[in-house]
Design a protein around this ligand. Structure first.
Ligand code: GAL
Length: 446
């Protein structure tokens, strides 16, 4: 065993005694490798290690990450992988921790970020990232990454992240046995969906729609906006070309508001995993969630078509509302070379084919080994190349952090007062203050 490995083992031994250790800033860190108990010397600060920050701590997500870490450990046996994942769906907690770390000049070596405005309008705007064109050139990634994704992760010809997957947000998960029992067809339109939930309510199901904490409500909302507006008008919301205070958005908000009346009242205290489970245990019949729910169901050993079924959110068939998890290189990565090794793995076919079949996502690369992916994921692969593509709000594609925060604040108020008119006005205001809208509505401010 070489010296570096010995030192690393020592640190890992400490981790065995206390599964969580703290970094300099107090962030909990979980170490990914099993320790041996050799040697008392602590790991020096410049040792070859890479600290990777994400929010993949459970339910299919951690398993996917672990699968990729296993490949990393095999390929880079001299680099210690430090898994700095912070729990909380959609990164709600992790991103707050990350922001504190970035403010205090203590970045991890690489972090999970969403392709799109979260990347460009937030981290790149703040000058926090190194461009990665050199990696794209070295690895030939421009030939294998989706052509429509590159502009969303670039500014002024510089590419700022390595996409590891593509997720779909507009998926309706349902309980097939319940629909069958009450002879309810899988809903294709909003009307079908309301009829199905009315029938279930009449049959005694109190809350046919499963919902979790507030980001899952925003997630539902983005899919309803897509359903009512259609893909072209939905896309115009994010360029400032469609009036947030107009009739089309009002109709969408009314339907969204009506949908909420079918949802469980304890939603704010439930994680997305809890909400997903309400469907499979039969307490609810429907849940709108990204396809990481499939990774979770697989982790729970659920059987497709029996324990859970899927269909596009009613009214959105033919459109793929996407997001992409990616990894970045901060300008002052403490272990830049090791971070580059991680990014190289994240962008590789081997890394993506280890991660995505477990995570419940499809690879960003177009040369994956399809045979590794299950039926749902193969259908998502087909849809990704044949459907119209629009971006997710909740998961960072279409709005930067400040606009999304304003929308989230308006949503929080709406959930408290249920006033659609005020909600719509606040959404209009959010587009004016943090988004691309300008006074005189419907205009494009870029
Ligand atoms: C998303 C992320 C997914 C998944 C999900 C639930 O924001 O892109 O990979 O982690 O949150 O936590």
């Amino acid at each position: 065993m070489n010296l570096r490995r010995r030192l690393a083992s020592t640190l890992l031994a400490a981790a065995l005694l206390a599964p969580l250790v703290l970094t300099a800033c107090g962030t909990p860190v979980m170490l990914s490798q099993q320790p041996d108990l050799n040697g008392p010397t602590p790991l020096p600060p410049d040792a070859d290690q890479v600290e990777v920050f994400s929010w993949w701590t459970g339910g299919g997500e951690a398993a996917g990450l672990d699968a990729m870490i296993a490949v990393f450990n095999r390929k880079y046996p001299d680099i210690i992988f430090i898994n700095a994942a912070v729990a909380g769906g959609a990164g709600t907690n992790a991103r707050a921790v990350l922001s504190t770390r970035l403010q205090s000049g203590n970045p991890p070596d690489s972090w999970q970020g969403h392709a799109g405005q979260e990347l460009i309008g937030t981290y790149v705007k703040a000058g926090q990232l190194e461009p990665l064109n050199f990696l794209y050139e070295k690895n030939g990634w421009l030939w294998v990454m989706p052509k429509n994704l590159i502009p969303l992760i670039s500014q002024d010809g510089k590419i700022y992240c390595v996409p590891v997957n593509i997720h779909r947000s507009n998926v309706l998960w349902y309980n097939p046995a319940i629909l069958e029992k009450y002879n309810i067809p899988v809903p294709k339109t909003m009307d079908d969906w309301f009829a199905a939930m009315d029938a279930l309510k009449a049959a005694g199901m109190k809350y046919p729609l499963a919902l979790g904490e507030q980001w899952t409500v925003m997630h539902l909302m983005e899919t309803v906006l897509l359903s009512v507006l259609g893909h072209e008008q939905y896309a115009r919301l994010w360029t400032g070309e469609l009036d947030w205070e107009g009739d089309e958005v009002r109709v969408a908000l009314e339907l969204f508001s009506k949908l909420l009346t079918y949802a469980n009242s304890d939603a704010p205290s439930l994680s997305w995993q809890d909400a997903s489970q309400l469907v499979t245990n039969g307490d609810a019949a429907f849940n709108v969630m990204g396809d990481w729910a499939e990774g979770y169901y697989k982790e729970l050993k659920m059987t497709p078509h029996q324990d859970f079924g899927w269909t596009p959110v009613p009214g959105t068939a033919g459109t793929f509302q996407f997001l992409s998890d990616s990894f970045v290189l901060p300008v002052e990565a403490p272990h830049r070379e090791a971070a580059i090794a991680w990014l190289t793995l994240a962008g590789s076919k081997e890394g993506q084919d280890a991660f995505n079949p477990v995570k419940g996502s499809i690879p960003a690369r177009n040369d994956a080994d399809r045979s590794l992916y299950d039926e749902y994921l193969q259908s998502a692969m087909n849809d990704w190349i044949t459907n119209k593509i629009v971006g997710s709000l909740t998961h960072g594609v279409v709005a930067n952090d400040s606009w999304k925060t304003d929308i989230n604040t308006a949503l929080g108020l709406f959930l408290a007062n249920k006033d659609i008119a005020v909600f719509q006005r606040e959404l209009g205001r959010a587009c004016m203050t943090s988004g691309p809208c300008v006074q005189g509505k419907g205009q494009h401010a870029h």
